[in-house]
Design a protein around this ligand. Structure first.
Ligand code: FES
Length: 88
């Protein structure tokens, strides 16, 4: 592994990018990119909660147990139904 590629891997693991589509008025979608600090073992739900608590409080989603038991957080991510509480 070259010195430059080591740096790239380190950079990729220091943060994650989330894109979220929100509706601003009927039929007008806005896509925003959020950068979230990476933490080993974090789930997609952890990233969404970070965005809501630190970057954009208007981001809306449902969550309850945060452990993959209740199914409350189910959502479509890249057109696939996913439980973000258990997906990394
Ligand atoms: S919050 Fe319970 S499964 Fe996601």
């Amino acid at each position: 592994m070259t010195e430059q590629s080591k740096h790239e891997v380190k950079f990729k693991r220091s943060s994650l990018k989330f894109s979220a589509t929100t509706l601003k008025r009927i039929r007008q979608r806005i896509c925003r990119i959020f950068t979230v600090p990476f933490r080993e073992g974090m789930t997609i739900l952890d990233g969404l909660l970070y965005i809501k608590e630190n970057l954009d409080a208007s981001l809306s989603f449902r969550t309850s147990c945060r452990m993959g038991i209740c199914g409350s957080c189910g959502m479509l991510i890249n057109d696939y139904p996913i439980l973000p509480a258990i997906r990394r």
